[in-house]
Design a protein around this ligand. Structure first.
Ligand code: ADP
Ligand code: RBF
Ligand code: MG
Length: 466
């Protein structure tokens, strides 16, 4: 599709006519790459995201703004939070607090996590000491807990999509800053375990390097200043509410990626709320689009999960006409915590039967608002009968979209059938089809010696994650 635009540049006192082709990218957005040869001495690129239907007015406004300052750097700068945004810190925080509170005869139930996310260490400590009625001062608590946290930093994993995002922006010359409420030395230590991160940021600021941490905008304003970037040209990516408040207070664009579930309705001041870094569309913010989406699907680092098929909510076939073979999530809480909710696809190996294409959701099924995070794999094959109790192995190789709510059951069903089509087609691509032969899926197929041993010792089936 071609788009003709009349663009006015107040600074150059001229009108320009630009013709651009739409380039399909992702599922529901089109990307336009605009080369501004007419307006600038050097060729520069600006990226736009438009929903296929509208927004031509918005495109013209955006171009007009860019050409107003033709000599100014056009690509926005990106400011990233660390804990909960790039690093999966939440699991470590819970693990440490569980052990620590046990010493005082208290139980960590995860609820306090909602009150400490995004806070500075001493603010978070005050919340814990008060909530659990601990018999010590905030400072004493901090000095006891700090070494326990530090011992875990080497184990913190990058969140899904974090390395992809950092590499993408670095390779496209987008300036990035890291702005964290954690003290600077903690930030430095934490990122030292993540290859390539330190060199990717042109600015790193810790909470102790400013007079007030988030929600004060100071840390973001400081980061923008150090990058020589106007605050209005900065995109902040943040998981916490204090961080979003700080970003908006700094007059920046803010994309929120809440790290705790079922919180997105609280992030009303953010410019956009996404479910995970996999859902970021840089072109919506004038940044170069990701180029790794293939036919509406995103290849991911494959992950594996398996176990005996158990009873689910009892509504897959009955309510939706879409059976989903649930596997027991017992023992997989870490694996489930590590993977963002969403719609994924891959291959499913079923003992005694074979290997099939599979599309699944992982999460809380917003339409039904489940209390528990579950995996709902739909095997793309007609079976004559149920297979409860059989060993099911999944290789999850690609991502399609975040879980969504729908205004009717019909809409949910329609969308799941679209997911099915997309997965069925994508799994034919060599990139994904090769995993069909993964030995993990075949370990328990008939005639396989390992199959027999697995089923002679049923307890082994609970060890099937790798
Ligand atoms: P539940 O709520 O117990 O998971 P569902 O209505 O979702 O029940 O149906 C899932 C069950 O249906 C699976 O456990 C499996 O035994 C059976 N089944 C039959 N065909 C399929 C299929 N194509 N994909 C997944 N499960 C299937
Ligand atoms: N449930 C939702 O509430 N929102 C979704 O976006 C959603 N997407 C799904 C996509 C696929 C491919 C599958 C298999 C299921 C999806 N579900 C979703 C889950 C569905 O609600 C669930 O399978 C039933 O509730 C049965 O437990
Ligand atoms: Mg089910």
């Amino acid at each position: 599709m071609s788009l003709r635009m009349l663009v006015h540049s107040p600074s150059l006192k001229q009108n320009f006519t630009l013709t651009q082709d739409f380039k399909a990218s992702g599922s529901s957005y089109h990307t336009i790459e605009l080369k501004q040869e007419e307006a600038c001495e050097a060729t520069r690129s600006v990226y736009f995201a438009v929903k296929s239907t509208n927004l031509i007015r918005e495109i013209c406004m955006f171009i007009s703004m860019s050409i107003t300052n033709p000599l100014k750097k056009l690509l926005p700068c990106v400011i990233l939070d660390l804990d909960g945004t790039l690093l999966n810190t939440d699991g470590i925080v819970s693990d440490v607090l569980r052990v620590y509170l046990n010493k005082y005869g208290k139980q960590w139930d995860g609820k306090a996590a909602y009150r400490i996310v995004g806070k500075t260490p001493s603010e978070a400590a005050a919340v814990i000491v008060e909530d659990f009625g601990l018999p010590l001062s905030t400072d004493e608590f901090v000095s006891e807990i700090t070494p326990m946290f530090s011992a875990q930093w080497c184990k913190i994993k990058a969140l899904p999509g974090a390395n992809r995002l950092i590499n993408h922006f670095r390779d496209h010359g987008v300036q990035m800053a890291l702005a964290s409420n954690s003290p600077r030395t903690n930030v430095d230590t934490k990122i030292s375990y993540q290859p390539g991160w330190k060199e990717s940021f042109s600015v790193i600021i810790g909470g102790d390097e400013v007079t007030a941490g988030k929600p004060s905008p100071e840390i973001f304003l400081e980061a923008a200043k150090s990058m020589n970037c106007d605050p209005s040209s900065c995109l902040v990516i943040e998981d916490s509410l204090p961080g979003v408040t700080a970003g908006k207070g700094a007059d920046m664009k803010v994309v929120a990626v809440p790290s705790l579930p079922k919180q997105s309705h609280l992030y009303t001041s953010a410019d956009e709320v996404i479910n995970s870094l996999l859902d970021l569309r840089p072109e919506m913010w004038g940044l170069p689009p990701f180029e790794d989406w293939i036919e509406g699907t995103l290849p991911i680092e494959p992950w594996y999960i398996g176990g005996p098929v158990v009873k689910g909510f009892g509504r897959g076939s009955k309510v939706l006409g879409i059976p989903t073979a649930n596997i027991s999530t017992e023992g997989y809480s870490t694996l489930l915590q590590e993977h963002p909710s969403g719609v994924y696809f891959g291959w499913a190996g079923l003992s005694m039967k074979g290997v099939y294409k599979m599309v699944m959701s992982i999460g809380w099924n917003p339409y039904f608002d489940n209390a528990e995070k579950t995996i709902e794999p739909w095997l793309l094959n007609e079976f004559d009968e149920d297979f409860y109790g059989e060993e099911l192995r999944l290789a999850i190789v690609g991502y399609i979209r975040p879980e969504a709510n729908f205004s009717s059951l019909e809409d949910l069903i329609k969308k799941i059938h679209e997911d099915r089509k997309m997965a069925e087609k994508a799994l034919e691509l060599p990139l994904y089809s090769n995993y069909r032969n993964d030995s993990y899926l075949k370990i328990s197929l008939p005639g396989d010696a390992k199959h027999n041993s697995l089923f002679s010792f049923p307890f082994l089936s609970s060890l099937s994650v790798r």
